[in-house]
Design a protein around this ligand. Structure first.
Ligand code: SF4
Ligand code: SF4
Ligand code: SF4
Length: 454
C-alpha cells in the first residue's frame, strides 16, 4: 500500500481519486509472485464489496471462481483463474472511475485496471506474447501496407467474404464475425495536406489554432472524421493543421508493452512541443487517444515536462467545440438533424472526466433530439476482434445495444469509432432483425458537420 494514501476516517472516500505513477522501469513491477500477491489483496477487497458485478466479464469471472472454490474464499482460488479475470478486462477504467470507493486516496488503494495492466506487463516479460494481437496492434505499419491495396484488403477482410474470414479465423484466431476496420487509398493526412482556410467571419477567427491529432484509426480507417473536424473548426474561424507523427500506443498498452508506449509518448510529445509553443491547442479525434495523451502518458513518464505540457494542451474534439461555443459562440447555419441522434458515451471518454461532451455538443444543433447511452460497448480494441474474446465483447455490448435500440433514433454516434461499429453490428445481428432499421453510424463531429451541410 502506498505511503501517499491517507489515514481512513470513514468508509469509502469522498476525496478526488488519483492514480499512482506506473512503475514500469522497476524490475519488481514485473515480478509475477509480487503481482499475484497484489492481485490477491485487491481481489479480496472486491470479493467483500462486489459492487462491480455488472460492469464487464472480469468481475463475474472472479466472483464465480471464488464462489465455486472449496472454501468459498479467495485463498482457495488457483492463480490460473487470475489470468481468466485479466483476459476479460478491456481496460475500460469504469471500475476505477464510476464504481470504486476504495481508489486512492482511500487506504485500500484499489486500481483494478492498472493492476491488470501490470499483470499483462509481467506476463509479457515472462515470455507470453500473443503474436496475432501484436501484429494487429502495429496500426501504422498495417495502415501503410493496406493503403495501396485498400480495395483488395477490404474485400479480403469483409465479413461477407465467409471463406476467407473462416480461413483467417483458423490461421490467426481473428473471429470471423468481428467487423474489421476498412482502409482507404487516401488517408486523412493525404486529404488534408492543403489545410482548409479559416473562415474570416467565424467567431474564433484569429483567436484559436488547432493541431489536429489524426490518430491512427482516423488517419487510415476513418479519414472522413478528420475532414469533418477540420471543416467544422475552420468554419468557426480556427486555423487547423492535421498532425500525425504516429499511433499513441493504446494497442501496446492493452498488451502490457509499456516501454514501447513510453517511447511513443516521448516522441509524440516532442513532436507536438513546437506546435504548443506556437500557440496551437492539440485536439484528439478518438477517445482512447485523448485518454492516453491526457492521463496515461503522464503516469508512465511523470518526470517529462513535454508529456505534461501535451497532456495539459490536449482536448477531445467534442470537448473543444463545446469550449469554443462557450467562449465565442458557434458560427451560424446549424440545421436540425433528421431522425435524432443517440450518442454512445464511450468508456474512454467517460474516463477523461470531462462530462458527456459529444451529447453536449450535439445539443447545440437546433430542434434535434439527442439521447445518451453510457453503457460499455464491450469492444476494447483487439479484444473485440479475437476469437477468444469476441463473444465476451458481444455479451458485454448487448445491454448497450438494447439501450440504443430503445432510444429509437435514426443516427448513432460514439466518441469511440470501434464502439460505434460494434454497437451497429450488435444492433443489426441481435436486436433488430431488419438491418435497414439500424441507425446510421458516424462520429459525433461528422454529425455536427452534416448539420452545417459541410
Ligand atoms: S477496467 Fe473495465 S473491463 Fe477492466 S475490470 Fe474494470 S470495469 Fe472491468
Ligand atoms: S473495484 Fe472497487 S467497487 Fe469494484 S468490486 Fe472492487 S472494490 Fe468494489
Ligand atoms: S488509441 Fe488512437 S492512435 Fe492508438 S490505436 Fe487506438 S485509435 Fe490508434
Amino acid at each position: 500500500m502506498s505511503d501517499s494514501v491517507k489515514d481512513p476516517a470513514r468508509e469509502g472516500s469522498l476525496d478526488a481519486p488519483f492514480r499512482h505513477p506506473i512503475a514500469w522501469r522497476d524490475d519488481a513491477y514485473y515480478d509475477l509472485e509480487k503481482v499475484e500477491a497484489e492481485m490477491q489483496r485487491q481481489f479480496d477487497v472486491c470479493h467483500t464489496c462486489r459492487r462491480c458485478f455488472n460492469l464487464c466479464d472480469s468481475f463475474p469471472r472472479l466472483f464465480d471462481a471464488i464462489d465455486e472454490s472449496p472454501t468459498g474464499e479467495l485463498d482457495s482460488v488457483p492463480k490460473a483463474a487470475y489470468g481468466k479475470v485479466a483476459e476479460a478486462c478491456t481496460l475500460c477504467d469504469m471500475c476505477f472511475l464510476t464504481k470504486c470507493p476504495y481508489v486512492p486516496p482511500h487506504p485500500f488503494d484499489i486500481d483494478i485496471p492498472h493492476l491488470i495492466l501490470r499483470y499483462r506487463a509481467a506476463k509479457r516479460r515472462a515470455g507470453e506474447v500473443e503474436f496475432v494481437r501484436e501484429q494487429l496492434g502495429k496500426t501504422d505499419r498495417n495502415g501503410k501496407l493496406a493503403k495501396p491495396v485498400a480495395r483488395l484488403a477490404n474485400w479480403a477482410t469483409a465479413r461477407e467474404n465467409t471463406p476467407l474470414r473462416k480461413l483467417l479465423e483458423a490461421i490467426a484466431q481473428i473471429d470471423a464475425e468481428a467487423e474489421l476496420p476498412k482502409y482507404h487509398s487516401k488517408t486523412a493526412t493525404d486529404r488534408l495536406k492543403a489545410p482548409i482556410p479559416p473562415n474570416p467571419a467565424g467567431p474564433a477567427f484569429g483567436l484559436r489554432k488547432v493541431a489536429l491529432y489524426a490518430t491512427c484509426f482516423v488517419d487510415y480507417n476513418e479519414p472522413d472524421t478528420a475532414v469533418a473536424a477540420a471543416r467544422v473548426l475552420a468554419l468557426q474561424g480556427v486555423e487547423v493543421q492535421l498532425v500525425y507523427p504516429e499511433c499513441c500506443g493504446m494497442p501496446q498498452l492493452e498488451a502490457g508493452h509499456l516501454d514501447d508506449v513510453a517511447g511513443r509518448a516521448e516522441r509524440v510529445a516532442a513532436h507536438f512541443a513546437s506546435w504548443i509553443e506556437n500557440g496551437y491547442d492539440v485536439v484528439a479525434l478518438t477517445a482512447s487517444c485523448g485518454l492516453m495523451m491526457k492521463f496515461e502518458w503522464p503516469l508512465l513518464l511523470p518526470e517529462s515536462a513535454a508529456v505534461k505540457r501535451l497532456s495539459g494542451a490536449t482536448r477531445d474534439i467534442s470537448e473543444y467545440v463545446v469550449e469554443l461555443s462557450r467562449a465565442y459562440g458557434l458560427a451560424e447555419g446549424l440545421m436540425p438533424v433528421e431522425g435524432g441522434v443517440t450518442v454512445h458515451h464511450a468508456c474512454h471518454a467517460r474516463a477523461q472526466n470531462m462530462g458527456a461532451k459529444s451529447a453536449e455538443m450535439l445539443r447545440l444543433i437546433p430542434d434535434t433530439r439527442v439521447e445518451l447511452v453510457e453503457r460499455c460497448s464491450g469492444h476494447g480494441g483487439t479484444f473485440g476482434v479475437m476469437k477468444a474474446t469476441h463473444p465476451v465483447a458481444r455479451k458485454v455490448g448487448r445491454p448497450a445495444a438494447r439501450q440504443v435500440a430503445a432510444k429509437g433514433q435514426e443516427n448513432l454516434c460514439s466518441d469511440c469509432p470501434l464502439a460505434c461499429k460494434h454497437l451497429g453490428q450488435l444492433l443489426s445481428a441481435e436486436t433488430s432483425p431488419d438491418a435497414a432499421a439500424s441507425p446510421r453510424q458516424a462520429h459525433p463531429i461528422e454529425i455536427l458537420a452534416r448539420a452545417y451541410a459541410l
